[in-house]
Design a binder for this molecule. Structure first.
Ligand code: ADP
Ligand code: MG
Length: 241
């Protein structure tokens, strides 16, 4: 069997090999990631946790193509993303990965549906089609009624839903979420988590999520614990919730 066929059989979508990331600040060296070997398979829903400063966001940024590791390789599907040109890598990021942060960065002069359409417009898709697709995404998420509001006027939970719609508008296979419920009350957090669970189960999205909320550590297909720039424990589980 060819190597490609083997990869396909195991359905590996993200693969980090010997990844280290050092930050040099003056004479000091901070080792944010240490020799990370990590694989994510298609349709995994991975919950990543660990103390502040242990390297979680740096790990996500290396996968997003935003932060080149000091050593090692990051492959998405079979593409080594740091071998791509900056332009190709930017395209990869927009098309293949949807990113959700703790707080969404909104273009304040645009309304909700225009913000959700923005990644498509940035890819060169025409205004009319982009807006139509954004409306469809808002409808799927259940917040179509908010389409013409200013994003900053929405509640925290509604903004996160709009942020998820924006992440999904390019129809990426992978969703990366860095503490997406970090700013929300528990009811809104539960709603956002339910949304991610259905994206994983119904829409077959592969999800990598950082959360400090212990009540979500059993959600998804696997829990991954980090400490001091290393992955120290991986706990797969069968059941969801
Ligand atoms: P976490 O997301 O787990 O809280 P981070 O990945 O943000 O941790 O940070 C890991 C370590 O790398 C920390 O010590 C942090 O200070 C350092 N670090 C992260 N980004 C930078 C940067 N751009 N410049 C310098 N140090 C950084
Ligand atoms: Mg972080």
């Amino acid at each position: 069997m060819s190597e490609e066929a083997v990869t396909h059989e195991h359905n590996t979508i993200i693969k980090l090999k010997d990844v280290s990331r050092e930050f040099h600040i003056g004479k000091n060296v901070v080792v944010a990631l240490k020799d990370i070997d990590f694989e994510v398979k298609a349709r995994d829903f991975i919950i990543l946790f660990g103390p502040s400063g242990c390297g979680k966001s740096t790990l996500l940024n290396t996968i997003l193509g935003l932060d080149e590791p000091t050593t090692g390789t990051v492959a998405v599907r079979d593409t080594k993303i740091y071998s791509l040109s900056d332009d190709e890598r930017a395209k990869y990021r927009v098309k293949k990965i949807g990113m959700v942060y703790q707080m969404s960065n909104w273009i304040k002069s645009l309304n909700v549906v225009e913000n959700v359409a923005f990644p498509l417009i940035a890819q060169g898709i025409g205004q009319k089609e982009a807006i139509a697709r954004a409306h469809k995404e808002l409808k799927e998420i259940g917040i179509q009624r908010l389409a013409h509001q200013a994003p900053t006027q929405l509640s925290g939970g509604e903004q996160q839903k709009a942020g998820i719609a924006r992440a999904l508008v390019s129809n990426p296979h992978i969703i990366i979420a860095d503490e997406p419920t970090g700013n929300l009350d528990s009811t809104s957090s539960d709603e956002i988590m339910s949304l991610f669970i259905s994206l994983n189960l119904q829409k077959k999205k592969t999800i990598l999520m950082v959360t400090h909320n212990q009540s979500y550590w059993d959600v998804g297909t696997e829990r991954v614990e980090m400490k001091d720039g290393m992955i120290i424990k991986r706990t797969p589980h069968q059941s969801l919730i």
